[in-house]
Design a protein around this ligand. Structure first.
Ligand code: NAP
Ligand code: MG
Length: 504
């Protein structure tokens, strides 16, 4: 993969007095040799069934669909398309397992959850490669972030299983029953871990549906769960599209819906469960403000902007997709940002040098391109890095828009791709008002040298998670969730545990 960056020439005087060019030339000075991650240790079946009641079973209607590799557009495997009859079967298996599982001594439950975490670690390399093949994300990210964090969630909640008296003193916490869990395609295994680990640690049983384009690591997790000897029916993992999700939401014998996905589907779910006893947590979309004050450490801030919007191809609900730079440093920040964008490598997700992998699906690429067109039409200044991209597959170069105004759709709507909308501001009050002028409220970032400014601004921003002088940092002990159209309820930490308990 070559980038077409033209480096500026930078000369220094060497010890013998001659001038030496020390500028980085990404085309000529050096090039990266391919560093592909090995796929030898990976086993993917040609076809996957549904994991119900501890066994892999055929879908009742016998329907399957293909999952493809978005970097090559080639079919990887086919997976079962669960119908409402399969959902019913899974709910029955989960209901049957609930009594014995919830009455098991908490220490024993904790051991199972811990065992799953250990086995995920043992298979971490295989899981990372499959995550990258199925979803398009760079192997560096699946290897260093998705898979370790997913295992960390199981470890963390394994630890809480027998300590609920300390977590919720003077309460009598009881599991809710059967949980229906629906996850998106941007962090497939991690989202499965966020959902399953806290639920089963405290005695619930679950039916989890993975997203249509990224079913494989959930099915690998099903294999791990089977191998770990978890009692049958405690975790049921099914595959399918939106209809399967709707069948879970509408099933009468489900006590709790845990959903992560778009705000539009979140609204459908909210309507569907209105008037029922079902509890719900909805983790929805976002349009986070990443705020750079003029006293910020600018080089670190530029790294934070890059990480905020280009991490995982921008398919991140908490992505810092609205950048606010204070006027005095705007020119410098934009120049540094453009330079840094030119060094990003877009391409083969399995190459360890890759920074930005493939866009998850053809549909998502079309959505991103639609917003790029809208941004241009609305009059914002368009800038994209000049890197080469592979011919096949779904790709989007790192993109930014300058001179964006609050009313632009690219500043208001979630794009869910590597597209940054940049605005400037003069005063702190102005940026707080602009940052809060959004239907969403999931996350935000702030960069400044002054702790007092951090406390002032963070206390006034309406966002569930706010990072200061860093971005996209996750930890199982830290709750995550939104305000307004970003949903309600928290995952992670003790609030994440509480979401699966009746505190009495
Ligand atoms: P989506 O279209 O809402 O899909 C999410 C999940 O719901 C998928 O498994 C989907 O199935 C399923 N689904 C679709 N229609 C349904 C229905 N009527 N009833 C029940 N389930 C249904 O969202 P997405 O495009 O996959 O994911 C991107 C969105 O997720 C973004 O908006 C992002 O911000 C949000 N997200 C939020 C968080 C958070 O923690 N707040 C984290 C990650 C992502 P299929 O995919 O198989 O059709
Ligand atoms: Mg796929």
């Amino acid at each position: 993969m070559k980038t077409k960056q033209k480096a500026t020439v930078k000369k220094v005087t060497s010890t013998n007095g001659s001038m030496v060019d020390i500028s980085l030339k990404f085309n000529e000075g050096w090039s990266y040799s391919p560093a592909p991650e090995s796929t030898d240790h990976v086993s993917i079946k040609e076809r996957y069934e549904l994991f119900i009641g501890g066994k892999f079973v055929k879908p009742i209607k016998g329907k399957y669909f293909a999952t493809i590799n978005p970097a090559t557009e080639k079919k990887i495997s086919e997976v079962a398309n669960a119908s409402s009859e399969d959902v019913d079967k899974a709910v029955k298996a989960a209901r049957k397992a609930f009594g014995p599982w919830s009455s098991l001594p908490a220490r024993e439950r904790g051991k199972y959850v811990y065992r799953i975490a250990r086995m995920m670690q043992e298979k971490a390399r295989e899981l990372a490669v499959i995550e990258s093949i199925d979803g398009g994300k760079a192997i560096r990210e699946s290897r260093d972030i998705d898979i370790p964090l997913a295992a960390a969630h199981f470890f963390y909640y394994a630890g809480w299983a027998d300590k609920l008296d300390y977590a919720f003193p003077n309460k009598k916490p009881k599991p809710l029953g059967v949980a229906g869990q629906i996850i998106p395609w941007n962090f497939p295994l991690l989202m499965a871990a966020w959902k399953i680990a806290p639920a089963i640690a405290v005695g619930n049983t679950v039916i989890l549906k993975s997203a249509e384009t990224t079913p494989l690591t959930s099915l690998k997790l099903a294999e791990i769960i089977q191998e770990a000897g978890l009692p049958d029916g405690v975790v049921n993992i099914i595959t399918g599209a939106g209809d399967t999700g709707a069948a879970i939401v509408n099933h009468p014998d489900i006590d709790k819906i845990a959903f992560t996905g778009s705000t539009s589907v979140g609204k459908i779910i909210q309507k569907a469960i209105a008037g029922t006893d079902k509890k719900a947590t909805l983790e929805l979309g976002g349009k986070a403000a990443n705020i750079i004050l003029d006293d910020a450490p600018l080089d670190q801030a530029v790294e934070g902007i890059i990480n905020g919007i280009y991490f995982n191809q921008g398919h991140v609900c908490c992505a810092g997709s609205r950048l606010f730079v204070q006027e005095g440093v705007a020119e410098t920040v934009i120049r540094k940002l453009k330079d840094r964008m030119q060094t990003l490598i877009v391409g083969d997700p399995l190459d360890k040098n890759t920074d930005i992998g493939a866009i998850n699906s053809k549909e998502q690429l079309a959505t991103i391109n639609k917003y790029i067109k809208i941004g241009k039409k609305e009059g914002a200044d368009f800038y994209q890095s000049a890197c080469d991209i592979p011919e096949r597959g779904y790709w989007c170069r790192p993109t930014l828009f300058l001179n964006v105004s609050q009313s632009h759709r690219i500043a208001q709507e979630e794009i869910f791709g590597p597209v940054l909308a940049v605005q400037t501001f003069r005063t702190v009050d102005e940026v707080i008002e602009k940052a809060n002028n959004t239907p969403y409220g999931l996350s935000a970032g702030i960069w400044t040298d002054k702790g007092s400014k951090i406390f002032n601004i963070t206390s006034k921003l309406r966002a569930g998670v706010i990072w200061a002088n860093t971005y996209n940092k996750f930890d199982p002990a830290s709750p995550f969730g939104g305000y307004k159209e970003s949903g309600f309820g928290r995952e992670g930490g003790l609030p994440g545990l509480q979401a699966y308990l009746n505190l009495g």
